[in-house]
Design a binder for this molecule. Structure first.
Ligand code: PMP
Length: 358
């Protein structure tokens, strides 16, 4: 840092994204991207829009919000779109938390939450998951989360993939109507149940989703949030105070193309869910503990090899998975679900590494 960097950010430890290495062609199972290309219609719409790039994009994203509203059974004023769902999440920290109104989230969850909190100068409390890596809902309906501005629950959680039923999220929302429950549904399309219906019943439930995973558009950066008209107005105030043009023309066009191709999305999600069960089963057969993931990744721990060692050995053999340094989960690895062929390569190389070890 330079000596000019604001003291306000003394504590800031920037988020470290998963590796995007260029040294060789890996079987890349480390950043939860889709193994499938974007829908053909999404690509076609990008080409159509490209000649009009001299014009700013439409700041209110009317058509995209309208289509997302129709798909989710809400009104357009209940929707905000953003530059990746990360941006909506950041806006949520800025809008609903602050001095005396901390953010609350599990100790093992999406690693960006503490960074967003520090970036927005918001205090936060981390609530430990149970030993089996599940969320204890009573932690969020009782004392530990009281007085919070917002509770952030990734559902399914990351990196465990474990999902809560919407009825459990509802308990959290009901327990304190003055605190927002932000449900981060980045991975919901692979088998969990969405909390969007709760946003119509409770004005303190806000749901965040993304085009990055199920719609194969991580590179386009498109996310969205659904909540009451007033919650959306809060986030719009922040959007118009930072970057009204946060969705570029090509991304907006691609998003509309993807939404016109919902069958394609559903088919891909079903394939990934099947490959996930296949992979989890095979890993269990090799002795791994595997969480009950509803996401496009599995979270697994071997009794025979440490998490970091397995990650490094697989990387040497051209397979990239994700290892987190955090003490509580240092024996675990998160493995993105790809095509059946990619998973077979992972399984075959993992088996070989374990054989050499035992
Ligand atoms: N939430 C969770 C739980 C995630 O894992 C991710 C992806 N890293 C995001 C949100 C953000 O995704 P994006 O900004 O690509 O929409």
């Amino acid at each position: 840092m330079s000596r000019f960097f604001s003291e306000r950010f003394n504590r800031l430890e920037p988020y470290v994204p998963g590796e995007q290495p260029k040294d060789m062609q890996y079987v890349k199972l480390n950043t939860n991207e889709s193994p499938f290309p974007p829908a053909p219609e999404a690509l076609a719409r990008i080409s159509e829009i490209a000649p009009s790039l001299q014009l700013y994009p439409q700041p209110d994203c009317t058509e995209l919000c309208g289509k997302l509203a129709a798909l989710n059974g809400v009104e357009p004023e209940n929707v905000i779109v953003s530059n990746g769902s990360d941006e909506t999440l950041y806006f949520a920290f800025l809008a609903w938390c602050g001095e005396g109104r901390p953010a609350v989230f599990p100790d093992i969850t999406y690693g960006f939450y503490p960074v967003f909190a520090d970036m927005s100068c918001v205090p936060y409390r981390e609530i430990p998951l149970r030993d089996d890596l599940t969320i204890d809902v009573s932690d969020y309906t009782g004392g530990a989360a009281s007085g919070a501005g917002a509770v952030f629950i990734a559902n399914p959680n990351a990196p465990t993939g474990i999902a809560l039923e919407p009825s459990r999220i509802e308990e959290i929302a009901k327990s304190d109507p003055d605190r927002i429950v932000v449900v981060d549904e980045a991975y919901v399309d692979f088998g969990a149940e969405s909390c969007v219906p709760l946003t119509k019943k409770y004005d303190n439930v806000f749901v965040v989703q993304t085009f990055s995973k199920s719609r194969s558009m991580a590179g386009a950066r498109l996310g969205f949030g659904i909540g009451s008209r007033d919650l959306i107005a809060d986030l719009m105030a922040i959007k118009y105070s930072t970057n009204p043009y946060n969705i570029n023309r090509m991304t907006m066009a691609a998003g509309l193309g993807a939404l016109a191709s919902e069958d394609y999305t559903r088919t891909n999600c079903a394939t990934i869910a099947r490959n996930r069960e296949y992979t989890a089963e095979a890993l269990r057969g090799m002795g791994f503990a595997v969480t009950d993931s509803k996401a496009n990744f599995v979270f697994a721990k071997s009794p025979d090899i440490g998490g970091e060692e397995l990650y490094l050995k697989l990387k040497e053999q051209g397979v990239l998975i994700r290892h987190f340094g955090k003490e509580r989960i240092k024996d675990w690895n998160r493995i993105t679900i790809g095509t059946r062929e990619q998973m077979d390569i992972l399984l075959e190389r993992t088996a070989r590494i374990l054989e050499e070890k035992i």
